[in-house]
Write a protein that binds this ligand. Structure first.
Ligand code: SF4
Length: 348
């Protein structure tokens, strides 16, 4: 089936693939530049930046001689600026370590700053017709679907397996390598898309295992979402008559590190102990619980309101009075929202 896959892809690419992209030339510098630009950027955007960059730095020597400021200036707007910084360093590596000649093998290319295995493979395949496979997200999707490979993409062992699997799919003849690699890119970008793949236009339509087994939406296997843990917090809102409340700076580690917050506890018993120690009125008014989502946690917050006299003090020096909308303190977002409510009882 590997031969069949490669041959179908090559034939399809020659007839239906993309052929007019400006970096489709047998020049490692141009291929490298385009591959780096395309890493986190759409083709349409790269089509705008690539010619300007190439006009200013037509070869690797001129790029190596430029100042970093100049390189970054031409990159402005493309984002992920480490790509530009690495490109500049890699150009200097090529000049100093490789005598100004582009290395040809994937392993040598991987020594260049910012060049990973897939980018190195693309350069060596397109420019030097080396039998090296690429394996970016699009290619992983195509291969997992056509061959119904169900490993998780987050699993390092499966990733290694995929590299070997993809390498074994390469066509034998070096002259076929560019069309094959371009075909992998084109199929993943234009036909076997993440959602709603265009199976009717796909050269793998009748050999695709995911299609035959109705597994297209399941492959490649989505990584299990990180479970969201719920954490309940109990707040003591100690409110004076003038509306001021007591807050203190939280530790530099943990939730809301370094922000100012009201007394906050993970156990109700801790809150009760705090109230007893500081002679707060018994039976604080329990508010309706509300939730706040952090990246991997869901906070369920239950606030208790304690109304104290104007001269009430907490003895420890770290407690400060906070008047909402008067003091410029960094507060956790849910506390800001809570205090913004005209009637805290309705906070949600
Ligand atoms: S048949 Fe459909 S799912 Fe299979 S490789 Fe082609 S586009 Fe992707």
């Amino acid at each position: 089936m590997a031969n069949d896959f490669a041959q179908r892809l090559i034939t399809w690419q020659r007839q239906h693939g993309r052929h007019n992209l400006p970096w489709q030339v047998r020049n490692p510098y141009c291929i490298w530049l385009s591959e780096i630009m395309l890493q986190q950027t759409q083709v349409a955007t790269v089509l705008d930046y690539y010619p300007r960059f190439l006009a200013r730095f037509p070869n690797v020597k001129q790029l190596a001689q430029a100042s970093q400021d100049e390189v970054l200036q031409l990159w402005a707007g493309l984002g992920y600026y480490s790509r530009a910084r690495n490109l500049h360093i890699a150009a200097q590596q090529i000049v100093h370590d490789f005598g100004g000649q582009f290395p040809q093998t994937r392993v040598q290319l991987e020594q260049l700053k910012g060049v990973g295995r897939s980018t190195a493979a693309a350069i060596s395949a397109f420019a030097f017709h080396q039998r090296e496979t690429i394996l970016d997200g699009n290619v992983k999707r195509v291969i997992c679907r056509v061959f119904a490979l169900s490993g998780s993409l987050k699993d390092r062992a499966f990733e290694q397996h995929l590299w070997q699997f993809a390498q074994n799919l390469l066509p034998e003849k070096p002259k076929d390598i560019p069309a094959y690699i371009q075909g992998l890119m084109d199929l993943g970008a234009t036909i076997c898309k993440r959602s709603k793949p265009l199976c009717n236009a796909c050269p793998m339509n009748d050999i695709c295992q995911a299609k035959a087994q109705k597994l297209i939406d399941e492959l490649p296997r989505k990584n299990a979402p990180t479970p969201i843990k719920t954490l309940t917090l109990f707040w003591a809102i100690i409110r004076r008559k003038d509306g001021a409340i007591f807050v203190h700076k939280r530790p530099q580690k943990g939730i809301w590190a370094g922000l100012y917050c009201v007394p906050c506890f993970e156990q109700l018993s801790e809150l009760n102990q705090f109230c007893q120690t500081h002679q707060l009125p018994e039976n604080g008014e329990e508010q309706a619980p509300f939730t706040h989502r952090l990246t991997h946690r869901l906070l369920e917050i239950i606030a208790f309101e304690y109304h104290v006299t104007q001269d009430f003090r907490l003895p420890e020096s770290e407690w400060i009075m906070y008047h909402h909308q008067q003091s410029p303190l960094g507060l956790p977002k849910p506390l800001q929202q809570y205090l913004s409510q005209t009637n805290p009882k309705k906070a949600k």
